[in-house]
Design a protein around this ligand. Structure first.
Ligand code: NAD
Length: 500
């Protein structure tokens, strides 16, 4: 029987009224297992109305109450790691251990939100002028929305809503229609933790739902994570409507390997970061830039490791890499490999046409490794978002840096070297938001912020960390004078006030 995933509005599931549903597929079998309701404009409006009503009380609630609920939610999330990971694997396809990893990284942001009282501490300057004090405080915005991608159906929503609700906002999540179940489980856990109805809502759907959120006058801010073209669209559209926007986009993350690097460590890192989650990570390494004469040796080491990766269903504990999200996406990924030789690349490993016995209808693709890829090749220029690693060869550090900085993307990057001076230079010169030194996927911990540069992020704020607190609050500065009854009246003074 096909499962139905409905909206979550006002603390309960709400059946989709439009009768329009999207199919959710198990990527390992290719079978449609679930139907997800697609929200109409009226349904989005109902969610916003509910969230606005809830904001009237939640925005005024004490920090003690908010954090008490968040601590309870943290405990429930911890106890339900496996259940959430199973939902992720069933709809996304990633292996269970990887799904558990994303829950763990999402939980880090809940940890951060549990300590929101420290981050929301204001500033007070006393006696800035005679008997005058100045306080800076931050207040919530109101109803805020989050629009999230398929590749982290639990973690990316958790980059957003814990900070949003901890700071006193109410939240509407529009998760990816490809793997919607994890968000509903999270909604249930929040409710079980005692979150008042209407503070966290989920509307499922496609462009209709997104566009209404971008247009709705009562939605004060939009957080988006997804592909670059949609991130750009979200930023332009929501900004034009006067909303605060952070829109994180796609990536092409480079790993620069200097000749003095530990090549075994570099090859381990490249393989883990390129093929983990079948390359469907915005922080995946998709381009290795080999400097100097080490290229052949490095490619051999990467190939030896990559060939051993066990591909299979995500719920099989022996699988290291699962299928891709859809058959259409699998075919698109394959087209980059098929076209690579004609574009001048050497195809070292060709993963196209791969299948898994007993799961022939799954969205499988094997491991692909392309060497000596020219920068003109589509396989280099586009974000492939699959298990395809491009190796590019350069002669010098400078040439590598020029190549990396010429990329329109600037999400994450890494350098592998034993030379501290070169690593320091790289940190300062590279145009990317997140840098790893001998670390291939430098996803910042929760108490730092996550975000890219250039076409990988539109807006001023990175996500979570201090930037998250700032994004979901607005500043207010209060200047106070309490005159002493013994003071003489100041009298009328039309001059511009000066402090003395
Ligand atoms: P996507 O852009 O297709 O979809 C993201 C969200 O936008 C979904 O909720 C989807 O329903 C909605 N959407 C899609 N098309 C739309 C349209 N025309 N109008 C309005 N809304 C629309 O992205 P995806 O395929 O789900 O996710 C993969 C992409 O996300 C990759 O490019 C990846 O790099 C990126 N990503 C980036 C980060 C980051 O932190 N920078 C993190 C994760 C994923």
């Amino acid at each position: 029987m096909t499962k139905i995933v409905n909206h979550w509005i006002g603390g309960k599931t709400v059946e989709g009224a439009s009768g329009t549903f999207g199919p959710v597929t198990d990527p390992a079998t290719g079978a449609v297992t679930t139907k997800v309701a697609f929200a109409t404009v009226d349904e989005v409006d109902a969610a916003v109305r509910t969230a606005k009503e809830a904001f009237a009380t939640w925005g005024q609630s004490s920090l003690a109450k908010r954090t008490e609920i968040l601590f309870r939610f943290r405990a429930l999330l911890d106890a339900n790691r496996d259940a959430i990971a199973e939902l992720i694997t069933a709809e996304h396809g990633k292996v269970h251990s990887d799904a558990l990893g994303e829950v763990a990284r999402g939980l880090e942001i809940v940890d951060l939100a549990c300590g929101i009282n420290v981050q929301l501490k204001g500033e007070l300057s006393t006696q800035v002028a005679s008997r005058v004090d100045v306080a800076s405080i931050r207040q919530p915005l109101g109803v805020v929305a989050g629009i999230t991608p398929f590749n982290f159906p639990a973690m990316v929503p958790m980059w957003m809503f814990p900070m949003a609700i901890a700071t006193g906002n109410t939240f509407i999540l529009k998760p990816s229609e490809k793997d919607p179940s994890a968000s509903l489980k999270i909604a249930e856990l929040l409710s079980e933790a005692g979150l008042p109805d209407g503070v966290f809502n989920v509307v499922h759907g496609d462009k209709v739902a997104v566009d209404r959120l971008l247009d709705h006058p009562d939605v004060k801010a939009v957080s988006f994570v997804g592909s670059t073209p949609i991130a750009r669209y979200i930023h332009t559209t929501a900004s034009a409507k006067g909303k605060r926007v952070q829109a994180l986009g796609g990536a092409k993350n480079h790993m620069l390997v200097l000749p003095d690097a530990d090549l075994d460590a570099a090859a381990d890192a490249a393989v883990s970061a390129a093929y983990g989650s079948a390359g469907e990570r915005c922080m995946a390494i998709s381009a290795v830039v080999a400097v100097g004469a080490i290229g052949d040796q490095l490619v051999d080491k990467i190939r030896e490791r990559a060939e051993k990766i066990k591909i299979g269903p995500g719920n099989d504990p022996t699988s290291e890499m699962g299928p891709l999200i859809t058959a259409v996406h699998r075919d698109k990924v394959a087209s980059y490999v098929t076209g690579a030789a004609a574009e001048g690349a050497e195809v070292v490993l060709d993963g196209t046409g791969y299948t898994v016995d007993g799961f022939e209808d799954g969205h499988w693709i094997g491991i692909s490794l392309l060497d000596k890829v020219p920068t003109s090749a589509k396989a280099y220029q586009d974000e492939i978002f699959g298990p395809v690693l491009c190796v590019l060869r350069v002669d010098t550090y400078e040439e590598g840096m020029t190549l990396i900085n010429a990329s329109p993307f600037g999400n994450g990057t890494a350098i592998f070297t034993r030379d501290g001076g070169a690593a320091r230079r790289f940190q300062l010169e590279v145009e990317a938001g997140m840098v790893g030194v001998n670390v291939p996927i430098p996803v910042p911990v929760g108490y730092h912020s996550f975000g890219g540069w250039k076409d990988s992020l539109f807006g001023d704020h990175h996500i979570y960390g201090n930037d998250g607190t700032h994004f979901y609050t607005r500043g207010k500065v209060v200047t106070t004078r309490w005159p002493d009854p013994a003071d003489a009246p100041t009298g009328v003074d039309l001059g511009f006030p000066r402090n003395h």
